[in-house]
Design a protein around this ligand. Structure first.
Ligand SMILES: [Zn+2]
Length: 314
C-alpha cells in the first residue's frame, strides 16, 4: 500500500496577486491523483491520508524557541518576514504546522509501509532561528529528528533533489550526527550562501537528463552504501525541469520520472523505506506543475504494481 498524505489547507492561503509561490499546485495535484489514480485508490493500493498539524513544542525540538514564539504569534520583525517571502497570517502558521506534520507522518508511514508520499513539504531553506525562501520551519529536519525515535531507525539520509541548495537542512542537521544530508542543486542559483551539507553536488546550469541521472544514481548509491541509512527522506523537487521559472537545469518530464522511479526502486530493493515530499516547482500557470509532480506518483504506482505482480514484499 502506498500512503499519500495531503490536507486541503496546503492551497488555502490568500497571497497578493502575482506572488511567486504556486499556492494552488497542491490542490491541483491532489485532484490529479484522484482522477488519474482512481483504480489504485478504489482497490486500496493507494490510500489518501489527511495530515495533522505539529504542535509548537514539537517544532521547538529542532528550531529556536524564541524564533518559533515570535513567528507563531505574528511578532517576527518585518525584515525577517520579508526574507521568508509571505505576509504573516494565522492561516500561514496553521498551514505551515500542518505541512510539517504531513512530512513527519510521511516518514512514519514510510517506515511502516516501505514508502509514502506527501503532497507538500520540502521547506529546506528554514534554518534554526530564521526562515527564508518561502520556508518557515524545516519539515525535513523535523521528520528526520522524529524518525530517529523509532526503534528501527538509527540513521536517516535526507536526499534533496530540489534545484535549490538545502541550506536550512544542512545547518539544522549539522548537530544531528545520525542525520546525513545530501543536496543536488544548481550551483549558480538561490541561496547565494550554501553552507555544507554532508554531501553537496553542485550541478552546472543547463545540465540535461543524461548527466543529471548518471550523477544522481551514482551519488545516491554511494551515499547509501557509505552511510547505511534505515530511512531515506526524499525531496523530489521538480524545479530541475527545463521549463521551471526558478531553475536553470534542463531536465525533462521523463527525466524526472526516471529519477523518481530509479530512487524508489533502488531503495525498496534494499528494504530501505523512503518518505517522499514533492518539493519545489515554479510556473506562472500552476497547472503546468501538475504533470512534473505527477511523475513521482506514477513512478511510485509503477514500483507498487511491479511488486504486486512479482509478489515482492514492500
Ligand atoms: Zn527549489
Amino acid at each position: 500500500m502506498l500512503p499519500i498524505i495531503y490536507h486541503s489547507i496546503y492551497s488555502e492561503l490568500p497571497l497578493p496577486p502575482q506572488h511567486r509561490y504556486p499556492i494552488s499546485k497542491y490542490k491541483r495535484l491532489h485532484q490529479a491523483v484522484n482522477e488519474q489514480m482512481n483504480q489504485e485508490l478504489e482497490s486500496g493500493c493507494i490510500q489518501l491520508i489527511e495530515s495533522t498539524a505539529l504542535t509548537v513544542d514539537e517544532v521547538k525540538k529542532v528550531h529556536c524557541s524564541d524564533y518559533i514564539d515570535l513567528l507563531t504569534s505574528g511578532q517576527l520583525a518585518e525584515a525577517k518576514m520579508r526574507r521568508i517571502g509571505f505576509p504573516w497570517s494565522e492561516q500561514l502558521i496553521r498551514r505551515t504546522l500542518t505541512s510539517a506534520g504531513g512530512t513527519v507522518a510521511t516518514a512514519e508511514l514510510a517506515i511502516e509501509h516501505g514508502f509514502a508520499i506527501h503532497l507538500s513539504g520540502g521547506y529546506h531553506h528554514a534554518h534554526f532561528d530564521f526562515g527564508s525562501g518561502f520556508c518557515l520551519i524545516n519539515d525535513l529536519a523535523l521528520a528526520a529528528f522524529k524518525a530517529l525515535e523509532h526503534p528501527d531507525v538509527d540513521k536517516v539520509l535526507i536526499i534533496d533533489s530540489d534545484v535549490h541548495h538545502g541550506d536550512g537542512t544542512a545547518t539544522l542537521c549539522q548537530n544531528m550526527p545520525d542525520v546525513v544530508t545530501l543536496s543536488f542543486h544548481c550551483g549558480k542559483n538561490f541561496p547565494a550562501r550554501k553552507p555544507d551539507s554532508d554531501i553537496d553536488i553542485d550541478l552546472n546550469r543547463e545540465v540535461g537528463d543524461q548527466e543529471f541521472l548518471t550523477t544522481f544514481k551514482s551519488v545516491v548509491e554511494t551515499a547509501i552504501n557509505l552511510h547505511q541509512p534505515d530511512l531515506v527522506i526524499y525531496d523530489a523537487g521538480v524545479d530541475i525541469h527545463i521549463d521551471d521559472e526558478l531553475g536553470y537545469l534542463n531536465v525533462s518530464t521523463d527525466g524526472i520520472y526516471q529519477r523518481d522511479y530509479w530512487l524508489l526502486n533502488h531503495c525498496l530493493n534494499r528494504h530501505l523505506p523512503v518518505g517522499c515530499v514533492v518539493g519545489g516547482g515554479y510556473r506562472t500557470d500552476h497547472q503546468d506543475l501538475v504533470e512534473p509532480h505527477m511523475q513521482l506518483i506514477r513512478a511510485a504506482a509503477k514500483v507498487l504494481s511491479e511488486r504486486c505482480t512479482q509478489n515482492i514484499a514492500l
